[in-house]
Design a protein around this ligand. Structure first.
Ligand code: CS2
Ligand code: MN
Length: 356
């Protein structure tokens, strides 16, 4: 397994490439052009610039998270072909600088959804929290207002204020997009891009829906074993693969995550590892990576990867905010808990590598 770290870019992340280099075992920076909204052209010189910055520090730019998919593609509007052309152009350009994996998601309107970005926990740290009855009781607009207010001046991928300003229009556009329709639209997208990925040797890795159930009446199609199987079968190519995110699938306790890792095997191109603690009422909070701190058995997760000879990319996903770092970091993307997470994962991995 190749350990990586999500980096938001020069001047856009308090955690610099120099910091990242000091975390044992990290070989790559997971990056994106974070100022680009879905559907925008990625210029070659901008791509080259970031890849060069990463390479100059001896790190690999092999993973991009994310190239976001325009809503018109998910909705299946006539304009989708032009947006797919732009997506293909980005795939080709990324391949030129050594990108091997592109992580993306196919969630309508929202990326990961929480009700609190800084929920206090007993030990004084705070973390991303999902309160089920609030999401069920509030309108989408109320949740958006809550999240954007909580985020303050920090930008969060998938929560672009400009895009969410048109929430009503977006919901109207998705009115007839059922689970089946969304799946068909994903198939259409994949059928066009996967041949290019095969040519350019760039692996696509769809990220699961977070939380793994429909919210605000919007369909969600990457949230269980059966859903993922279906997505991988839409286009049966090694290049149509998965980002297996334990923290996204974890809040549904019926999801057997180690089982999925064993089943999907070499179609997993990128592993996101994080833990969640699920309460009896269905609320959940992001916990430390340690298996005993949450409901995802991270030891079993790493063991499943190890048993399968996983040699793809992995990163510690969200972490809690510790020691006051929430003043400066993006929600879920502080330094300390993620660095400890990386070490926990590598500790399990290294132990499994030993033959006693
Ligand atoms: C999140 C997402 O769980 C995660 O990794 O931080 O924002 C994720 O990057 C996107 O859903 C992938 O497109
Ligand atoms: Mn993830």
């Amino acid at each position: 397994m190749q350990m990586t770290w999500r980096w938001y870019g020069e001047g856009n992340d308090d955690i610099t490439l120099d910091h990242i280099k000091q975390i044992p075992g990290v070989m790559g920076a997971v990056w994106s052009l974070h100022d680009k909204v879905a559907g925008e052209v990625w210029e070659m010189d901008r791509i080259q610039e970031v890849a060069d910055q990463i390479k100059a520090k001896g790190l690999s730019p092999a993973v991009v998270e994310s190239v976001n998919v325009h809503d018109d593609i998910k909705i299946g509007r006539d304009t989708r072909d032009a947006y797919i052309d732009t997506y293909i152009d980005t795939i080709r350009k990324l391949s030129k600088v050594g990108v091997k994996v592109i992580c993306y998601n196919f969630m309508p309107i929202f990326d990961w959804t929480r009700t609190d970005l800084y929920k206090q926990t007993e030990d004084g740290s705070n973390a991303l929290f999902y309160q089920k009855d609030l999401v069920e009781g509030l309108t989408a607009q109320e949740i958006v207002d809550r999240i954007l207010k909580g985020a303050g001046d920090k930008t969060m991928p998938g929560w672009e204020p400009e895009r969410l300003a048109k929430l009503e229009e977006l919901f109207e556009a998705y009115k007839h997009v059922t689970e089946e329709k969304l799946t068909e639209n994903l198939k259409y997208f994949l059928e066009r891009i996967i041949p290019i990925c095969e040519e350019e040797e760039v692996l696509m890795a769809i990220h699961p829906d977070d939380p793994p159930w429909p919210i605000f009446g919007l369909p969600r199609i990457v949230r269980s074993r059966d859903h993922i199987r279906k997505v991988l079968d839409l286009v049966d190519s090694h290049y149509n693969g998965l980002t297996l995110c334990t923290g996204s699938l974890g809040p549904n306790l019926d999801n057997d995550i180690p089982g999925m890792i064993r089943e999907f095997g070499d179609r997993i191109h990128f592993a996101h590892i994080r833990n969640v603690k699920v309460m009896d009422n269905g609320d959940f909070i992001e916990s430390s990576h340690r298996a005993s701190d949450g409901n995802v058995d991270i030891v079993e997760v790493v063991k499943a990867y190890h048993d399968g000879g996983f040699d793809g990319y992995v990163r510690p996903d969200h972490g809690r905010h510790l020691w006051g770092e929430e003043e400066n970091c993006r929600p879920g993307y502080g330094l300390y808990d993620r660095a400890m997470g990386a070490m926990y994962i590598l500790g399990i991995w290294d132990t499994l590598e030993r033959k006693y």
